[in-house]
Design a protein around this ligand. Structure first.
Ligand SMILES: Nc1nc2c(ncn2[C@@H]2O[C@H](COP(=O)(O)OP(=O)(O)OP(=O)(O)O)[C@@H](O)[C@H]2O)c(=O)[nH]1
Ligand SMILES: [Mg+2]
Length: 609
């Protein structure tokens, strides 16, 4: 018998002394291996055929943290998979509860921390407040461009020979950091590293160093029976704070609830040293002092520490945290429910969520309900509002703000509305893909699978992964023109959006991807402009144009569009919208246009291929 040189043949050749029985076993094994291999080939073929048959449209959401990416995704869900969206609404209640608790904590912390100009302020804070002018960056008479070295300054040629001039009131990355309070932004928690400035709920009267709030009228619930810990020696405010103590406990409970057991890595609280004090929900992923913790590692005691301030709970997008919540909820109702049903693998939605009303009962809601009057009183007190104003804490403009709806959202049978879900704030980290087919099949959309990729934050490395997307929705929250990034307080938010937009436009990998720009948070922008905040103070090139929503949004749209024209490697489709993605009515139309546009382009591309 000729001997083959093929090494594989040699390996596979049966042993020379093989018995008949061994030979039968070997042949049987080989036949089985062949069957498996053929089955794999067939399944690969079938998958390929199905993929060819099925249209897959991919959309990528990009934008800085808090720009509204996940909210836009929720709008898609609300519009095109309404059943799933409705079923998941109940799961958002915990997030809303946490948003409320954090807002209240922000107020209490603000009252606990001595105001920098007060006699109670720490020496450091006093020194800072005395040595610094309040609004040093407000451009006095405009300087010639070359003398603006310390400001971030961008010259952009729009390709039409018209030079654009974009300059901001905050410095670029390479200049020495300027403190937030210098930048007239929101209150910076300067006392953060002062061990004496505590975050405890129990505080003394010195919380009101300058002007005591109108709190002398007494609380409607200040009778001793309202709380066993209330004493006669306490002022109405102290008594109220004591009554709000249970919020601390439920905050811990909520965090435990929102951190599913299998998401220890993904879900953690970022610790900020002196974060932006704009809302109670904190920021700053990846900050150097970021710590990981969940209800498993027993570090919730950390809550009481100073560094707990302004942390924001964040989760990896996708069904993970929802699955955890759904399981917790089901277990809470009855141990006989087992969430091992096929539904748990189907995006882990709760079974019959929100249909009986019973599942709306939980301990956290009970506590919120019992603290309702005190929270309302705290938020509506003129003196406290005044303190918040002076500290530039603008909760109502921030994310996850529900204090104006306390009566409703703390009721025992509270079920989040669509609007509540869109307003809730839960930060996302990482990259995830949400796959769906439109429930409401819209003609040529039928059979199309949509995949929307939500990229948490803006600093994730996204470009290498998404060269096959059909379109990008880029969110630029233009209301942030007078704010700085929480991740890097030396960078103006609008400036950051512009830089990111340039990076997206100029990316060669994304050169053939159509771009949709959402100039977002126009509702907040309008309120700001109406309140007298001038865009020209932050974007000097705006000059003396009118400070109204229409002019400002047109101007910024022009800038973004010019950047697109200049930086895009190839010509491509570009659409821009002024949006408030929390607004269901206006956003529905915009999303429908985006969907039509994306589908049209997708079909065109498929024909070309
Ligand atoms: N008023 C208002 N709030 C908005 C708008 N868009 C988003 N928000 C709110 O802003 C907060 C942040 O929005 P998200 O969608 O979580 O932001 P994101 O881009 O996903 O942020 P990361 O997950 O940190 O990357 C949420 O509480 C939203 O409800 C808007 O147009 N107007
Ligand atoms: Mg998000």
């Amino acid at each position: 018998m000729p001997v083959s040189d093929d090494p594989l043949d040699q390996v596979l050749r049966p042993p020379p002394d093989e018995s008949q029985e061994e030979r039968d076993i070997r042949l049987e094994r080989e036949a089985e291996a062949r069957r498996i291999s053929q089955a794999i080939d067939a399944s690969i073929k079938a998958e390929r055929a199905a993929r060819r048959k099925k249209r897959i449209v991919r959309l990528l959401l990009l934008g800085q943290s808090e720009s509204g990416k996940s909210t836009t995704l929720r709008q898609f869900q609300r519009l095109y998979t309404p059943t799933a969206f409705r079923e998941e609404r109940v799961l958002w209640r915990a997030v809303i509860q946490l948003n409320i608790v954090r807002s209240i904590r922000t107020i209490l912390d603000a009252l606990s921390t001595p105001y920098p100009n007060s006699p109670y302020a720490s020496p450091r804070a006093r020194a800072r407040s005395l040595s610094r002018p309040r609004h040093p960056t407000m451009p006095s008479p405009p300087l010639p461009p070359q003398s603006h070295a310390a400001d971030s300054h961008h010259h952009v040629s729009n390709g039409n020979g018209v030079d654009m001039h974009f300059s901001y009131g905050s410095p670029p990355h390479h200049y020495p950091p300027r403190r937030q309070d210098q930048n007239r932004d929101y209150y910076q928690d300067d006392e953060e590293d002062d061990p004496e400035s505590d975050t405890e709920f129990t505080i003394a009267n010195q919380s009101y160093p300058n002007s005591p709030p109108n709190f002398n009228h007494g609380s409607p619930r200040s009778d001793p029976s309202a709380s066993s810990t209330t004493t006669l020696a306490q002022t109405p405010l102290e008594a109220l704070k004591t009554r709000l103590l249970p919020l601390r406990h439920i905050e811990a409970m909520l965090i435990a609830k929102l951190v599913p057991p299998n998401e220890e890595e993904a879900t953690h609280l970022g610790v900020i040293t002196g974060g932006e004090y704009r809302n109670g929900n904190g920021h700053a992923p990846g900050s150097p002092t970021e710590s990981h913790f969940s209800h498993h590692n027993g570090r919730l005691g950390h809550h009481r520490s100073q560094s707990y301030r302004n942390q924001e709970i964040f989760v990896r997008p996708g069904p993970g945290w929802k699955g955890g919540l759904a399981r917790a909820r089901v277990n809470f109702q009855s141990d006989s429910y087992e969430d091992s049903s096929p539904q748990s693998s189907n995006s882990q939605r709760p079974m019959s969520a929100g249909t009986t009303g019973l599942e709306t009962q939980d301990e956290v809601q009970d506590v919120l309900n019992s603290c309702r009057k005190d929270m309302i009183q705290l938020w509506n007190d003129d003196g406290i509002r005044d303190i918040l104003r002076r500290r530039k804490i603008r909760l109502e403009e921030g994310s996850g703000f529900f204090l104006d709806d306390l009566e409703r959202v703390t009721s025992l049978k509270y079920m989040p509305t669509d609007e509540d879900v869109l307003k809730a704030r839960l930060k996302t980290v990482g990259v995830s893909e949400y796959k769906f087919e439109m429930e409401v099949s819209a003609g040529r959309d039928s059979g199309t699978e949509w995949r929307i990729v939500d990229v948490g934050g803006s600093r994730t490395t996204w470009a290498p992964f998404f060269d096959d997307v059909d379109a990008i929705i880029f969110l630029a929250p233009i209301s942030g023109f007078d704010q700085v990034l929480s991740e890097d307080r030396t960078v103006n938010r609008l400036e950051d959006s512009v830089l990111l937009w340039k990076a997206v436009c100029s990316s060669k990998l994304l050169a053939n991807v159509d771009l949709v720009l959402f100039l977002n948070k126009c509702d907040i922008l309008e309120k700001k402009l109406n309140a007298g905040v001038k865009l020209a103070k932050y974007v000097r090139s705006y000059g003396d144009r009118s400070n109204d929503l229409d002019s400002v949004s047109k101007y910024l749209r022009g800038k973004f569009s010019a950047i697109h024209r200049e930086y895009s490697p190839n010509p491509r489709k570009f659409y821009a919208f002024c949006t408030s993605v929390t607004d269901t009515a206006t956003t529905a139309g915009i999303i429908a246009s985006v969907r039509d546009m994306v589908i049209r382009q997708h079909l065109k591309q498929s024909k070309l291929l």
